[in-house]
Ligand binder design. Structure first.
Ligand code: AMP
Ligand code: GLY
Length: 446
């Protein structure tokens, strides 16, 4: 691993011995978090479980599963870790917060992760829709069906306007949603979930909802459960192919800011969505210290919630964190302590863009273990490692999403041209990326 420590070009503030931090996760989001935390003068040492080549260049990786709470607890003791930040949803949904608060030593360790009850906002679409309905939060109209209601669900589809959206209730790795433009498509999505049990228990319920016609954006907050900080918004490019075609992926790129998220629109997001969500959580007595990711649709300048996530987005994080001009470690610490002291943060005015380099074939079958070269040649671009690790000799691919390349620029065009002019310095067999990240937004503005 050590041989790659020198290839990332970062300018760090010198760390004074203060906090040992553990990040849980292994993607580009976690590398970007480590990268920003490392700039804090309060950062002593960074550990990542399990991490990747990027996080290894900034601290120490420890090879454990993200839901192996017992072993994670032992590492926290051994390494005298002061602060733990959960990156992906898995440890959150599986109850890391309850494990910490019920374990003598871990009780005293700061943790930024919502409770498993809070994570239901992401873990069950039916729960989230019900929560929004109860709290008058704008969202698409819907009905939920269980397997026993299979025939009623078919009838509901038959009487619904097209297009319509069929969603498996539980976590389905982003694959549980079908936007159907015909009744046949909707019915076969329903059949796959209920009869073929394509998503196992995640498909015990199905949400059928109205199609919202608009432009999507991702909005993020950091909260202590009561107070919150609005982070920069972003737009994610989910489809694998140019012009938003082909299957959904974890995300092929992202940009921030999003031009239509102006003051007037964001005021509506705050008053109609963010604040009622926090109030709803408080009313339900749900402890929530962490991030909320609002997947929104802008329909004629009105925001609607498509989904909640209880974590930061990936690759949105790799576009928004470079715009944050604050000690983010300190802000996360305050949220975890339950005392966020400020409500506004300094955001750089520059535009940020991120393009994901992926293994050819992703999101379907793809090969791993391909040697990656050229990272040391990047000049104006920051690489966040998403799926790569060092073997004895080389940096090699370990995932579908391999490297997120980020650049800041005076405007979106300039950020993108920095990335696209350097992108071919990086090479690995079957490397693929979208050449049109941000282009839809540039076209809309013209
Ligand atoms: P979700 O997992 O709920 O975010 O859905 C995945 C994707 O499906 C979203 O990012 C949207 O592009 C699309 N989608 C989900 N729900 C709707 C809806 N009600 N109207 C339009 N598109 C939707
Ligand atoms: N980029 C979308 C997500 O993180 O869910």
């Amino acid at each position: 691993m050590i041989i790659f420590a020198g290839i990332f070009k970062f300018s760090y503030t010198k760390c004074s011995a203060f906090m040992n931090v553990l990040i849980i996760g292994s993607g580009g989001r976690e590398h970007a978090l480590c990268w920003l935390i490392k700039k804090s003068p309060y950062c002593s040492k960074i550990f990542t479980i399990p991490g990747n080549a990027g996080t290894a260049s900034l601290g120490e990786n420890i090879q454990l599963k993200v839901d192996d709470f017992k072993s994670i607890g032992q590492v926290i003791r051994e390494k005298a870790i002061d602060f733990v930040i959960a990156g992906p949803e898995e440890p959150i949904v599986k109850g890391i917060e309850a494990y910490f608060s019920s374990t003598e030593y871990l009780k005293k360790v700061l943790l930024l992760a919502p409770s498993a009850e809070g994570a239901m906002l992401e873990g069950s679409k039916d729960y989230a829709k019900n929560f929004m309905e109860r709290n008058s939060i704008p969202t698409a109209s819907y009905r939920t069906f269980t397997k026993e209601d299979y025939q009623a669900a078919c009838d509901y589809i038959g009487n619904h306007a097209l297009p319509l959206v069929v969603k498996a209730d539980g976590l389905a790795a982003g694959k549980g949603v079908t936007v159907a433009s015909s009744y046949e498509e909707a019915l076969s999505a329903l059949y796959a979930i209920f009869i073929n049990e394509k998503f196992g228990n995640a498909g015990n319920k199905v949400v059928i909802e109205q199609y919202l016609d608009g432009i999507e954006l991702s909005v993020f907050i950091l909260t202590d459960g009561e107070n919150y900080i609005l982070l920069p918004e972003a737009k994610d490019y989910k489809r694998v192919g140019e012009g938003d075609t082909g299957p959904n992926t974890g995300g092929m790129g992202s940009i921030s800011p999003v031009f239509f998220a102006d003051q007037a629109f964001m005021n509506k997001v705050r008053s109609k969505i963010i604040e009622p969500t926090l109030k709803g959580l408080q009313t339900d007595g749900i402890a929530y210290k962490g991030f909320i990711f609002f997947g929104l649709m802008n329909v004629k300048n009105e925001p609607y919630v498509i989904e909640y996530n209880v974590r930061l987005g990936d690759p949105e994080t790799e576009a928004i964190l470079p715009r944050i001009d604050e000690d983010f470690l300190l802000l996360m610490k305050q949220a975890a302590e339950g005392h966020l002291k400020q409500s506004e943060i300094k955001i750089k005015r520059e535009s940020s863009a991120t393009v994901m380099l992926v293994s050819g074939g992703y999101p379907e079958e793809y090969e791993k273990n391909k040697r990656i070269t050229g990272l040391e040649m990047l000049e104006q671009v920051t690489p966040f490692i998403a799926g790569a690790n060092a073997n004895e000799k080389h940096l090699v691919t370990t995932g579908g999403r391999v490297i997120a390349l980020n650049a800041l620029g005076n405007d979106l065009n300039s950020a993108l041209s920095k990335i696209y002019s350097e992108i071919n310095k990086i090479k690995f067999d079957n490397m693929y990326y979208r050449k049109d990240i941000g282009q839809d937004v540039i076209n809309l503005r013209e």
